[in-house]
Design a protein around this ligand. Structure first.
Ligand code: XUL
Ligand code: CO
Length: 449
């Protein structure tokens, strides 16, 4: 087992502050494209991208998987005498990492930050001891909280769900965690609070009252919303869609499903979506489809930046590396005027055989560079205008005449049919969609030509 930093007070002593060195740099510990203060479309790169580090993967993940044990030992757990001491050390390591990488945000689950105690009260005490430390470190470093959340899926008590659990006692225990995590998020000035329904779904309809579970989930979310607002939380609540894993079928299947759910239960004012690339793929969608669907409906809040593997069907949470995907993602984000409370949270993990001290940095550098390139390309798409103008022109027949009347709802079906009858078949509809041409245009931007 690789034991990176045993005994070190500085947890990443070999790593200095990561700097931008430009595209020609061969230094694996430098940015080649992410230049934090470079202005793109009137805004600094760092303010467009609002990168966040996921506490769970980067500081809790130890390489274990269903087939094998941990491949790295973290010194914060190795050297510490108690779990709380380990949690404190881990936080020091986390803030050292954020500072050296130059990311301004992080995201956490309650149990990433502090260990569960023997009772709900002790768990909350543990969490707040760490929240006090995080608040101090945030003030010292300027790092901010993008969002907080509660892990109500790992503990065996949640094996049948949290808010959707058939046992009321478990629903109440989930509430102890969500309430404390909302309090912690408020205390740390978090800009968002996320719900990812890990176990909020079912494995078999033979033991499930699906409608009751969905009603209970909505009721729980409503209570959380009301509690947060009462406590003064001004940020955004996010739902993070995912179709499966760990449940066979999760209620927050994909963007359209969640938007329908939020509207149905009257939660659409306070909740937005946190879209994760790998979850989109599991739902059979492209990342860009999910982003565009959320954006079009006014529900795009934040992003969990990662990617899956084209050749398999589970949540590999790899670091985003494809310029094509990041370009399309940033194009949608730019079209809606950029993030407000949201950001690009690296819900990504290094592979379990990436055991060098530098690998965690290298992975994030690559992901940040990939989104910086994506941002540049997205701005090029907008500035050049070929693609947006093509889309606009494609619908030009709705901008005037009978098309406009249709758009305004001024035509009945028989009036619409009469227009069709009068015009006849002719060559209507045989207008090229020019997909290959547009793909060629996009490829030319990708090469920077
Ligand atoms: C799991 C996942 C979570 C959420 C937060 O697939 O994405 O880490 O982002 O609970
Ligand atoms: Co996620």
């Amino acid at each position: 087992m690789a034991n990176y930093y045993a005994g070190a007070k500085e947890y990443f002593p070999e790593i200095k502050k990561i700097e931008y060195e430009g595209a020609k740099s061969k230094n694996p510990l430098a940015f080649r494209y992410y230049d934090a203060n470079k202005v793109i479309g009137g805004k600094k790169m760092k303010d467009h991208l609002r990168f966040a580090i996921a506490y769970w993967h980067s500081f809790c993940g130890n390489g274990s998987d269903p087939f094998g044990a941990a491949t790295v030992i973290h010194p914060w757990s190795l050297d510490a005498k108690t779990q709380m001491e380990a949690a404190e050390n881990k936080m020091d390591a986390a803030f050292e990492f954020f500072t050296k990488l130059g990311t301004e945000y992080y995201a956490f689950h309650d149990r990433d930050m502090a260990p569960e105690g023997a009772s709900p009260a002790e768990s909350e005490k543990n969490l707040f001891a760490l929240v006090t430390k995080a608040k101090k470190l945030q003030a010292e470093t300027g790092v901010k909280l993008l969002w907080g959340t509660a892990n109500v899926f790992s503990n065996p008590r949640f094996m049948n769900g949290a808010a959707t659990n058939p046992e009321f006692a478990v629903v109440a225990l989930a509430a102890t965690q969500v309430k404390a995590a909302i309090d912690a998020t408020i205390e740390l000035g978090g800009e968002g609070y996320t719900f990812w329904g890990g176990r909020e779904g079912y494995m078999s309809l033979l033991n499930t009252d699906l409608q009751k579970e969905k009603d209970n989930l909505a009721r729980f979310l409503t209570m959380a919303r009301d509690y947060g607002r009462k406590q003064g939380f001004k940020g955004v609540f996010y739902i993070e869609p995912k179709p499966m894993e760990p449940s066979k079928h999760q209620y927050d299947f994909d963007t359209e499903t969640v938007i329908g759910f939020l509207r149905h239960y009257g939660l659409d004012k306070d909740f937005r979506l946190n879209i994760e690339a790998n979850h989109a793929e599991l739902a059979g969608h492209e990342f860009s489809h999910e982003l565009e669907t959320a954006a079009a409906a006014g529900f795009l809040g934040s992003v969990d930046a990662n990617r899956g593997d084209n050749m398999n069907g589970w949540d590999t949470d790899q670091f985003p590396m494809s310029y094509y995907e990041t370009a399309l993602a940033m194009y949608t984000i730019l079209k809606i005027g950029g993030f407000t409370t949201g950001g690009l949270n690296f819900d990504s993990k290094i592979r379990r055989n990436s055991v060098d001290l530098s690998d965690l940095f290298i992975a994030h550098i690559g992901g940040m560079d990939a989104f910086a390139v994506g941002l540049e390309i997205a701005q090029r798409i907008i500035d050049d205008g070929v693609i947006p103008n093509f889309v606009k022109d494609r619908y030009a027949s709705f901008a005037g005449g009978d098309g406009l009347k249709f758009t305004k709802g001024e035509l009945s079906l028989d009036q619409l049919a009469k227009i069709g009858t009068d015009a006849g078949y002719g060559s209507a509809g045989l207008t090229s969609g020019k997909q290959e041409y547009l793909e060629n245009v996009l490829n030319s931007y990708l090469l920077g030509l």
